[in-house]
Structure formats: C-alpha cells, structure tokens
Design a protein around this ligand. Structure first.
Ligand code: 0RQ
Length: 508
C-alpha cells in the first residue's frame, strides 16, 4: 500500500505547507528531520516563518522550540531565525542568522553531543514534543515512513511527538527504501548492547514505523536538498590532509593500527574533505570503511574509486550532482552504505567496540592538548560540538586538525590555554596542522607542550609560545593564570596576537 503521490490514495489529509503551519501554536515544540541540509524539512518551516511574521506584525507572540538532528538548511534554521520564530534550539547549527541571534542572547540555544539527543527525548528532558515534521520519500497507510537523505533523530521524534506532519518530497526516489537502518535502543535500567559489531551490520528496519493515527497530514513537495558547496582544496587544507595520512601510515607501519586498517570517522567541512582525499591518495593506506556521521562528496568519489569499501553514517550531505550520481546507481550504493539514527551512527559504545579513528576539526588547540571546537574568543558560538565528542572520547585513536593560524595570521590556533574547552587533554591523542603532527600519547603536559609547539605551531608563533613556557614555570601543568589568556587579550587590544610581550604582561 504505497502512496500514489499524484492521487494520494492514503488515509491521510493532503495539506498545503501553510495549512500545516496553521495547526502549530505558539510555544509548541517541533522535532524536525534534518542533519545538515540533507533531509531537512523545508516547506513547513518556511510556512512557519511566514506565519511568525504575520503574528508578530499583529502584535501576537509566535515562537517555537526547535529540535533537529544537527544543522539544517536555509529554509529551516535560516528562515525561522530571520522571522525570530525560535524560542529555544538544540543540538547544532551553522546558520549565520541563527548564530547571530544566539550570540545576542535572543535564542536559548544549548549545545549537546548529537548521540544523546534521542535519549533526552525518551527520558523526557525536553518536555513534551508536540510535533514531528519529517521529510520522506514514501509513506504507507500502515504508518511506515521512508526517510530521505538523513535519519538524524526522526525515528524518535516521530515516536514521541503527539502528531506527525510529513513532507513527501518527490525530489527523492521512493527507491531509497533499504538504505536506512532504523533502530532505537532500550532505555536504562534494561538497556542491552547495541548489536552493531561491524561497520556494515544492519540491526533495524527499513522504515520508521508509527501509529498511522498520529499522521495528521502530508505536504507534497519537490525541493532538492539545500546543499552547500565546498571550497576547493587550498595548500593549507591539502597539507593538513597529507600530514594526517602520513601520521596514520606511520602508526600502521609501527603495528599500532592493523594492516587491514580501522573505520574512519571524519568531521564535516573543508578540512575533513581534504583529509579524506589525502587518505585515499596515500600509497600505503589500504581501502577502508567509514563509521561516521556525515557522508560528504569526497566519500562518494572514493567509494567509486574503490578506496572506501563501506560507509555507515546518518546523513548523505552531498552536493546535488553527487546525490544524482548515487540515485542513478542506487542498487550499488545501497549495498555499500547505511544511514542510521544519529544515536547509532555516533554511538560511543559502538565507536569503542569497532575501534574508530576519529578526525575532527578544532578552532583552537592549547599547548597541553585541550581542544576548543565551538567558541570564538571564549564567548561567541560558532556551530556547536556536533558529533566530535561522541567519537573522540571513545576512539581507538583520536585526532584533531586545524590550520595553525586564523584571520590571516593575526591569530595563532595554538595558544597557552584554550578560551573554551570542548575536548579535554585526556581525550586527545594527536594534533595535526599544516606544519606537522604531534603525538600526545604517553606524554606529560610539559612534553605535550613541547611537541605541539615544535610540530604544529606556525613558525611565526613558535618563539612566542616558547616564551610563554619560559615565563610559566613550575607545577605539573606549567600554566600561569595571568599569562594564560594574554595572547587572546592582545588580539582584543591590537588585533594581532604577535604583539604579545611576556615581560610586560608578567610585570602587570
Ligand atoms: O571564520 O569564516 O568568519 O573567517 O572560524 O573556520 O577555517 O572556515 O573552518 O569550516 O572547517 O570549521 C571547528 C568551526 C571549523 C567546524 C569548525 C574562524 C575562521 C572562520 C571557521 P570566518 P574555517 P571550518 C562533525 C563533527 C565542531 C563540530 C564537529 C566545527 C571560522 O569544524 O563546527 O567537529 N566543528 N563536528 O576564521 C578565531 C580562531 C579561529 C577562528 C578559526 N582560533 N580564532 N576565529 N576561526 N579558527 C560535524 C557535525 O556534527 C554535523
């Protein structure tokens, strides 16, 4: 009983996006589909933003609590933020308008590890979920919902929400059925292991199953994912990628990574894309599997070239051209790709069991190996922690990458003390910049500082960072509180960290 999209033979009302938005009231909470722009709801959030504008003009309040998988597309976070329609938001975002609201304090955003969002729903920590608004490529009368390019938290939102609205998007083929693996763990105190023992294990169902009575309407759409383009590899990102590949090849030759290699988790963005390409090009690194959250363009190419065997993720976050390539060869890709709920794709238990190598991007790294992935100068949110913590803490080998400098060299990404800490020194085993890689395992804080400054810092900041170490003497972690943020403070004063003068700061 598959829905005939043209006639809608299903027992669910067909709604316009505006009619769907009309049913949503001020202060309600919506769990949306979407993990990056992939699979994000598009038509209903746009209509909700329009409704908010009308309500606000009429002097009435209209804001909603917004839950998603991770970041979304312009029609969701962007539109709702510009309409000032978001009262609270979690778990991750990357939209400039929403970021501005958050940093002004106008939206209550709280940052979360992505894998725990579904259990927060089940534990009741978010309170009641009024609506699930999810994009699908197919629906059956029995309440089977086949998702599109991401799974995210959609299965849990659908199960817990009072009512469900489905955006049935004909830009995605119903033949996507079979690429998803929908599974929800039991809750404590009766929790058992998640039975993923290798990257390609399937443990759940092809579709999200809900009580059909909860589906209050279907909104027909035909809107492609609002994918963001990648920048071309520049010399810095290319070199970071090569350094990661070189580090991992050496680990393998030393017998610390099996010759068959280990599953790779790789973050999102330009550096992540460059790292994957470099792994594919390294002559000694064999074809590998990925157990990650986001499948990016480079992964698709590497699958076709035979450099990646199998991919497990929660989001097919690729350009529309790459997506078309997948859709043209769906039978082949379905055999080598699975999209799981983020609770499973990012699961620390599974990551620890199968031994992933995690590779994520830092904004700032301190000389002791602490990582800031989320904040600019300690106070402004960039995006959020995303899945980096889910993987890093449980990895077989955890790596952070970043360019050694930011803002045209006026900022050193290597600092005496991170202005915000997302991943502590205990979870970080290696740091890689375009300058080189620092192995932090089995090193005291003092030895870590030497390694990071020597191998990773920009040449123009090495003397400054060594100067810090000379002034910050003593203790297990040679840190001196009034000097620890002097480089940041210098940037705020003169716009350039190079200007820091340790003698002057020490004398203050
Ligand atoms: O700002 O664009 O205004 O110049 O930060 O930096 O170099 O464009 O880097 O796009 O790879 O993002 C960590 C943010 C890197 C991302 C982060 C400024 C810099 C620029 C962005 P401008 P780039 P990328 C999977 C795993 C956390 C979540 C995670 C991220 C902007 O990778 O959000 O890992 N990671 N998730 O100029 C001041 C510094 C700076 C700085 C960079 N030291 N000080 N500004 N910038 N370093 C993802 C998911 O979970 C979905």
């Amino acid at each position: 009983a598959t829905l005939d999209k043209s006639k809608s033979s299903l027992p669910f009302p067909v709604l316009s996006a505006e009619e769907a938005a009309e049913m949503v009231n001020h202060n309600q909470v919506i769990g949306f589909s979407g993990f990056t722009p992939a699979g994000a709801a598009k038509a209903v959030p746009r209509a909700l933003a329009a409704k908010a504008r009308v309500e606000h003009e009429a002097g009435r309040p209209f804001q909603i609590g917004v839950l998603t998988g991770a970041s979304t597309g312009a029609s969701l976070d962007g539109e709702l933020a510009r309409a000032n329609a978001i009262s609270w938001r979690t778990p991750y975002q990357s939209d400039s308008d929403l970021r501005a609201l958050i940093n002004k304090g106008d939206t209550n955003f709280f940052d979360m590890h992505l894998s725990v969002v579904p259990q927060y729903v089940r534990y009741g920590f978010f309170g009641k979920i009024d609506w699930a608004v999810v994009e699908a490529c197919d629906v059956t009368a029995e309440g089977e919902i086949v998702l599109t390019t991401s799974v995210g938290v959609s299965p849990t939102y659908c199960r817990y929400a009072d009512k469900i609205i489905i955006e049935l998007n004909s830009a995605h083929p119903a033949a996507l059925r079979g690429i998803h693996d929908i599974y929800e763990p039991l809750d404590p105190p009766n929790r058992r292991e998640i039975p993923v023992y290798s990257v390609s294990d399937r443990i759940g169902t092809e579709a999200v199953k809900v009580d059909p009575k909860k589906i209050v309407g279907i909104v027909h759409t035909n809107i492609p994912d609002e994918a963001r383009p990648f920048k071309d590899l520049d010399p810095t990102t290319k070199k970071i990628g090569e350094n990661v590949a070189e580090f991992l090849a050496r680990e393998m030759h030393a017998g610390r990574i099996p010759k068959t290699f280990l599953p790779i988790q790789s973050g999102v963005g330009n550096v992540a894309n460059a790292v994957l390409s470099a792994l594919g090009e390294h002559p000694d690194i064999p074809a590998f599997d990925m157990y990650s959250e986001v499948v990016q363009d480079s992964v698709v190419d590497m699958m076709l070239e035979g450099k990646i065997n199998f991919v497990s993720g929660t989001s097919l976050s690729v350009s529309n051209a790459k997506l078309q390539l997948i859709y043209d060869n769906l039978d082949e890709f379905r055999k080598r790709m699975v999209l799981r709920p983020q609770e499973i794709s990012n699961n620390p238990e599974v990551a620890r069991r199968i031994g992933i190598i995690s590779i994520n991007t830092a904004i700032e790294v301190d000389i002791f190996g602490n990582i800031n992935s989320t904040h600019i100068l300690g106070k402004s949110l960039m995006n959020g922690i995303g899945g980096s913590g889910d993987f890093t803490r449980s990895a077989y080998l955890s790596i952070f990458t970043c360019p050694s400098e930011a803002k045209g060299g006026k900022i050193s990404a290597i600092v005496p003390q991170c202005s915000h800490i997302d991943h502590s020194e205990h979870s970080v085993q290696a740091v890689v910049t375009e300058q080189g890689y620092a192995n932090l395992r089995c090193k005291s804080p003092k030895l870590r500082a030497e390694a990071i400054i020597e191998k990773c810092a920009s040449p123009s900041y090495k003397a400054i960072l060594k100067g810090y170490c000379e002034h910050a003497k003593g203790g297990y972690t040679p840190q001196t509180l009034n000097l620890a943020y002097a480089m940041h403070q210098q940037f705020l004063k003169t716009g350039n960290m190079h200007d820091v003068d340790w003698e002057a700061v020490t004398a203050e």
